[in-house]
Structure formats: structure tokens, C-alpha cells
Design a binder for this molecule. Sequence first.
Ligand code: JHZ
Length: 417
Amino acid sequence: MTTELFCRSCGSGDLQPILSLGMMPLTDAYVDPGAPGRSEPRYPLDLALCAECSLIQILHTVPPEEMFEDYQYFSSFSDTLLAHSCEHARRLVATRGLGPGSLVLEVASNDGYLLRYFLEAGVPVLGIDPAGGPADAAEAAGIPTLREYFGVELAERLIREGRRADVLLANNVLAHVPDLNGFVAGIAAVLGENGIAQIEVPYVKDLIENLEFDTIYHEHLCYFSVTALRPLFARHGLSLNGVEHLEVHGGSLRLTVAREEDGDGSVDAYLEAEERAGMGGYEYYSLFADRVEEVKSRLRKLLGSLREAGKRIAAYGAAAKGTILLNASGIAAPLVEYIVDRNPHKQGLLLPGVRLPIHDPSRLVEDRPDYVVILAWNIADEIMAQQGAYRRAGGRFIVPIPSPTVVENGAASSTPT
Ligand code: JHZ
């Protein structure tokens, strides 16, 4: 692990602390209950603002190989994400006039959840992803995948092979990259003359205002605003031409980037709104840590009072953010008994840190816990819709973020104080 003294984007040494979540385990390092009982490594998780370019970032970097080579996150397990990806691909094929002579390149292509829709439309694709399991699944679905990290070196090799991107996609990966400038330089290099890059990043405004503190973890090195992004792209000869807000992952931005300036006004609108909100300065972030403490304590109190009343509690979604929510809030067994998740690669393992066992979702109907905390709160609607049988049997859900809330028959019924 390395400690960062300088901004990951502009290199300034003026990093101002915003929040410390303490020593946290790696979110995707699920524990094998059969393996010898060494406790999983923990690293500091501290968030800071760059006073120069306003990029929010964590101050410690865990080597990517420690986090991504045994990665169990398969994007295709979420129907919400598949629908979002299908719509995205169709829109690009139509608006960019993509066909058999085009190339769509995706960095962090995971199990092919997005490229599969371009393949279906007859557009050649190339995925790039170092995570072995998801890359195997993509290859099995007919998606050629390079098992590598993306940066200038790989971009130059692709150019030598005559491969330039008409469309380059990079969803939920910019935040994961230690060499932010090298990554953006790679995009600038491999983009075809008239190509565009579309990049999705969780939006820091949603993180701060909706108290999504559990999306802060070691995999996510940066938390982006448009104010911080524009100079990052400009430094590498790229123009940020468009910004669109999306609901996925608790609120994200889809950025459109190209060599030529071709703005649609959205970037200026975001820059003005962020300036009005004060997102470039410390004050905007100054109450965040206290508000996070409050959410954690309300959740602990809610679960504690239910438990005292003899209720049994489980959780849904062994999401990366679930690891942080439970560990940072100090919630483990016997308060919560187990977690269910429909990803078979996670079932049978333990959630890092709190070591709660992960089971198949069918367990909820068989076991009938009184309450289920939805750790993957970003897809709470999808999960509750799937769990009709559990609900009809009297089960209730708790959505923890932005404020712990009990949901009964599809409607929020009580928020403890
Ligand atoms: P989900 C991921 O975070 C991982 P996570 C990553 N680090 C990242 O950057 C962010 O996204 C943006 C399961 N599930 O998508 C699947 C069901 O069990 O919120 C997942 O384990 N049943 C790349 O992990 C988890 O829930 C279902 O019906 O916080 C959801 O994790 C559905 C839909 C999902 O992201």
C-alpha cells in the first residue's frame, strides 16, 4: 500500500481531509470459510479534497493486483444494469452509425454485459479486463477480451496493430485507476480521429448529498465532479463535450469526450450548478463526516431495537458497498445473521471483515427472517420486486441509505430518529 501526498490528477500537495472510515478490509476479498483462519488485511480509508483542482480522492492506494485478479463481481447479475447497457448500446449504434467496419473498445468489459449488445448488432468489439473470472465469461459469450490493465502502453500496442476505437467505453473504471493521467492519455491515443469516448463515473454530488458513504472503498480511488474532470481531459488534448446524469450505482455521470470541441451546453450547465453548490471548496464537504456518523448510528439503533424486540434480521446483496456499510457501522452477527446474494461465485463465502455467511436468496423464503437489510440499496426496487414471496409471507425490508427506512408493502413506513 502507498500513501498519496499529491493529487492524483493535478499533482497539487494541498489535500484536505474530509472523512476517515478507519481501517477497512478490501470489499471484494470474500473469505473462504474452509481456509486457515488468518484475518483479512485492513487498510486506512481516508477521503480528501484537492484544494487545487477539487478532485475528491482517497489517500491510500492498494495495488490493483491485490483487488482485481480474483474478482467476483459479475455485472450481468443485475437486470437493471443489463437494461441500462442495452439501451446505451442501441443508442450508440444508431447515433454513431456503427456497423461491421467499426470498432467498439471497452475498458473494464467485465463479463461482456455491454459489448454483447454491440455484437448482436453486428459491430466488432474488443474487451479489456484483467479480472480472470469475468473475462472467461465474456470469452464464452464470444467477446474477444484482453486480460490486461489499460494505459498508454496497451493503447500504443493496439495502434501498432491497426486498431483504433470508433467508440471507446469505460464504465465504472476511471475511479479504479491509480495512474489517472496515464489512463486518460491512453484513451487520447487509441481514439480514432472522429471517435468518441463515453465514460461512466459515480457522481460525487450524489455521494455527498445522499450520504452514500459505503461507496467509498479502496477500489475507488477518486470521486468525480465535472469541475475536476474537465481539466483532467484537457491536459491530454481531449474535450469534455457532454454530461448526462444516470440513476445507476446511486447516481452517475455519463461523460462524452472527443478530440474536437463539440459541446451541447450540458458541461457548462453542470459547471455552473457545481459552482453554485460550492463543490470546489472545503465547506461543501465539511459536514459530511458528521452526517455519515449519524446514518451509521441510526442504522445500529434501528437494528438493535428490532433485535431486542426478538426480531430476526438478514441482509440482501453481498455488494462491495455492503462490506463498508457493515464494517464501518460495526454491524455483524448476531445483529444480522447472514446475507443472501444471487451471484453463485459469492455464495458459500463470508463477507470480508464482519464475516457474515453468504447464501442463495431462496433462503429468505425458507428461513423467513423478519427483516432484510438491502445492502445493494441502489437496486432496492429490483430486489424487492423479485422477493414477492418473502414479502407476502410477512417479511419486511430496510433500505439503509440515505436514511435507514423500513419498507412495508412497497412503501416507506417508518424512519427511526
Ligand atoms: P452492486 C460494484 O459495486 C462493483 P457493488 C464495482 N467495484 C464498482 O465500482 C461499483 O459496482 C460501481 C447482487 N444481486 O451492483 C449482485 C443479487 O443478489 O450494487 C451483487 O453481489 N440479486 C465494480 O458490489 C450485488 O447484489 C439481484 O437481483 O456495491 C449488487 O452489487 C441483483 C440485481 C443483484 O455493486
